[in-house]
Design a binder for this molecule. Structure first.
Ligand SMILES: [Zn+2]
Length: 86
């Protein structure tokens, strides 16, 4: 029962942990806990994957934001076109 409470406390620092901004002391505590707790391990892995994806997108995001806007604009126009030419 106590364990679950501990989980909740740690989960609130998990994003900091994955982010690398958690204090070393808490990191160690968390890592110790992860050895015993599958639930938190899953959460950490999911967070890490999510962050990896976000960072990958950020590095590839140099071109897209503009392109995306143009694409949306085009799609809107295309749909307008469809409706206007039955
Ligand atoms: Zn846990």
């Amino acid at each position: 029962m106590n364990k679950v409470h501990h989980c909740k406390e740690l989960v609130s620092s998990l994003s900091d942990y994955v982010d690398g901004s958690l204090s070393e002391e808490l990191c160690l505590e968390l890592e110790k806990h992860l050895l015993d707790c599958e639930n938190c391990t899953v959460v950490v892995n999911t967070l890490k994957k999510t962050i990896d994806i976000v960072q990958e997108q950020k590095t590839q995001d140099k071109i897209p934001s503009d392109v995306k806007q143009r694409l949306f604009y085009r799609l809107n126009l295309a749909e307008f076109g469809k409706e206007e030419t039955p």
